[in-house]
Write a protein that binds this ligand. Structure first.
Ligand code: ZN
Ligand code: ZN
Length: 377
């Protein structure tokens, strides 16, 4: 017996399928003859994908600078899973864990290698902030919550320490079973070449299309040789749009050369959600139509690719046995205008509108879905 059946959902390949859920997992797919206690017929009107995963957010409610509520950036906008990228370190990670257990959105954390997390902008300017024992203990205390580590490696964060915090982050990664490492890039020093040369398979560069001088492209617009070598070693690119880290010019030039992101993430928090230029993960995803990506490519970046990069083995795919996390959305064809972190605008013709999020079989209508009254049963 199934708990829920969603009928005639449009998959990204255009096909119509029924999806059945039992005990929070996908129990059947295709044409389903059986019935369930709860059913909803999408009648082919809307898309359904695996639940969207935002690989880089900030949702520690007590953070003094980058705070938000998990559900405001999660199920309210069609995102079923959020990964907080280093808002907290070993000092506050337990508090963060407790505060997010009541959220409907799935919340995971990349532990900041600085024990304070992001309390000020320069958490790695003092090397004594990096407490290896504290990190190891935290990772062992919260293994299902801490899914990786985060190091912000740009001049304002590391001060005079240059590349040293990243070298230590690589050691810490090894000491903790080779967890995924996400590295924020920005202004130099250290130079991006120094950073890229230290990264190995599975490491994630976030803010990959930032428009600062220390960007992934050379002044001539070609991919830096160091980043090219890193990509050949299976280093991953994450968008991490944020307030100051996404340039249409860089994204367009990189994507034209085949340098696609592995993951599209928002780097969202309260202020850039309300005031822009981030707004929501869907809004960030929609910008990628304007820089040369297709719907399947964009959806892969927030589903299968995100799950793979962060090793969320039960997520990211529509397959029997996987978590019953879905995003139901519309693709609206209409002229729209977007703005990047550099204040540059781009026009688009398509916009993703998330209407509902389903987390382990539980249905949440988004703000947009409520406005459109499409799921008033
Ligand atoms: Zn960052
Ligand atoms: Zn961030």
């Amino acid at each position: 017996m199934f708990d829920l059946i969603i009928r005639r959902a449009r998959f990204i390949d255009g096909s119509l399928n029924d999806v059945a859920v039992a005990n929070g997992k996908i129990a059947a797919l295709g044409e389903i003859k059986e019935q369930a206690a709860h059913e909803y017929d999408l009648a082919g009107r809307f898309y359904l994908s695996a639940g969207w995963i935002d690989s880089h957010v900030h949702c520690y409610p007590k953070s003094p600078i980058y705070h938000d509520e998990a559900d405001c950036i999660g199920v309210a906008t069609g995102v079923t899973t959020v990964v907080d990228a280093g808002s907290t370190g070993a000092d506050d990670i337990d508090d963060f864990y407790q505060l997010t257990r009541s959220a409907s959105t799935r919340v995971y954390a990349l532990l900041n290698i600085a024990r304070t997390g992001i309390v000020t902008q320069n958490e790695l300017a003092d090397m004594t902030q990096i407490d290896r024992v504290g990190i190891r203990d935290a990772v062992q205390r919260l293994p299902g919550f801490i899914i990786g580590i985060k190091a912000r490696i740009s001049s304002s964060v590391v001060g005079a320490n240059g590349i040293r915090p990243l070298a230590l982050a690589k050691t810490i990664q090894q000491e903790n079973g080779g967890l995924p490492l996400m590295v924020h890039i920005g202004n130099n020093p250290p130079d991006l070449d120094e950073i890229a040369d230290l990264l190995t398979s599975g490491d994630i560069i976030t803010h990959c299309y930032n428009g600062k001088p220390n960007r992934i492209l050379t002044p001539a617009g070609e991919l830096r040789a160091s980043v090219h070598r890193a990509l050949q070693r299976d280093v991953r690119l994450d968008v991490g749009h944020g307030t100051a880290s996404f340039s249409f010019e860089v994204a367009r030039a990189a994507i034209a050369q085949g340098i696609l992101p592995h993951t599209i993430s928002s780097d969202i928090y309260c202020r850039n959600r309300l005031n822009g230029p981030v707004r929501s993960l869907a809004h960030v995803m929609s910008k990628f139509f304007s820089v040369g990506m297709t719907l399947p490519q964009i959806i892969d970046c927030v589903t299968v690719n995100a799950a793979q990069g962060l090793r969320l083995a039960q997520k990211g795919r529509l397959a029997v046995g996987f978590d019953a996390d879905f995003t139901i959305f519309d693709l609206q064809h209409q002229s729209c205008s977007f703005i990047d972190s550099e204040g540059v605008t781009a026009s688009g013709e398509k916009q993703l509108l998330p209407l509902a999020a389903v987390v382990a079989g539980r249905w949440f209508v988004t703000e947009e879905g409520k406005k459109q009254h499409v799921f008033d049963l």
